[in-house]
Design a protein around this ligand. Structure first.
Ligand code: HEM
Length: 284
């Protein structure tokens, strides 16, 4: 019997492999040398590399998320609820990872941040084109984000396309309509097919996970800046607190919790404090 190999040996006998004929390797396939050229701290501050890597990692995840959300939207448009649910489950897991990922940057102290904050100028996550694309494809469209400071012509074009194209929210609403349903009917026991109700639950789970990211980011900012303004020119934590009112599928949340029914029942009573899921616009 031949002895089992316990460790990978592929290519160990060869030297550096960066010629055109070189067999594919881990670093070559993933372009690791090029990737590690892309972090260029502008100060000697210890935490700046962590700050850059964290944000770059998010941008890479946003690229994956946009691909996944496009697929989920297209599948819902085709009425293929089963595969769409897989995409949404993947999205939920991805966003849960984003929430935890914020903890690493949360170990940075305000002093550590201040050592390099000056070099950020007016740059801010507020200007992340992919983040705005993500919001738009989910259904949160705000015209003012079509012209983000610092974005290139190609990025503006992408934002405009996202703004115009059907969102995940549109696709699900259209699917309900094709089935003769609306959000409220979806949650009336026995009225909607199980597959639609379950798809709605996946959309809501993803929305809740994203909301947790918004909350985690807000908390990070409270701890790093307190009441100081952000580099992007907003009121900082106060601005972000107002974004916590934003949901991708507010009508599903409302219908599921029966808020709409309660409102109808109490229509004759004096107006209350308003919808707890009021999807108001946060102004920078
Ligand atoms: C020390 C860490 C961080 C601080 C102090 C911080 C601070 C802020 C502040 C103050 C804003 C409001 C806009 C402004 O005036 O700048 C903001 C927005 C934003 N940040 Fe961060 N941030 C941090 C980390 C991150 C990370 C890791 C991401 C990941 C991509 C991120 C993404 C965003 C996004 C997408 C917005 C826009 C949010 C919205 O408009 O709903 N931030 N950040």
């Amino acid at each position: 019997m031949t002895e089992m190999m316990t460790e990978p040996t592929a290519g160990l006998e060869r030297g550096p492999a960066d010629g055109p004929e070189a067999p594919i390797s881990y670093g070559g396939y993933l372009e690791v040398p090029g990737l590690l050229e892309l972090q260029r701290p502008r100060t000697e501050a210890h935490d700046e590399l962590l700050f850059i890597v964290t944000h770059q990692t998010f941008e890479l995840w946003f690229a994956c998320a946009l691909r996944e959300l496009e697929r989920a939207r297209d599948l819902i448009q085709q009425g293929r609820t089963g595969p769409a649910r897989w995409c949404l489950r993947r999205m939920r897991e991805m966003v849960r990872l984003w929430v935890v990922q914020m903890d690493v940057l949360g170990t940075m102290t305000p002093e550590g941040f201040n050592e390099f904050r000056g070099v950020l100028g007016e740059s801010s996550g507020f200007q992340s084109v992919q983040f705005r694309e993500l919001e738009m494809i989910c259904g949160l469209r705000e015209r003012r984000y079509l012209t983000l400071p610092g974005s290139t012509a190609a990025e503006c074009e992408r934002l405009n396309r996202r703004f115009e194209e059907p969102s995940l929210r549109d696709a699900f609403t259209a699917l309900l309509e094709r089935n003769g349903l609306d959000a409220e009917a979806l949650f009336v026991p026995g009225l909607a097919p199980d597959e639609l109700r379950e798809l709605a639950e996946d959309l809501l789970e993803f929305d809740a996970a994203f909301h947790q990211w918004r909350y985690r980011h807000w908390l990070l900012v409270v701890r790093a800046l307190s009441s100081r303004p952000g580099t992007g020119g907003s009121a900082g934590a106060e601005f972000l607190r107002r974004t916590l009112d934003q949901w991708f599928f507010p009508e599903l949340h409302e219908a599921r919790t029966g808020v709409s029914d309660v409102r109808k029942d109490t229509a004759a009573e004096p107006a209350g404090p308003g919808c707890p899921l009021g999807h108001g616009t946060a102004t920078a």
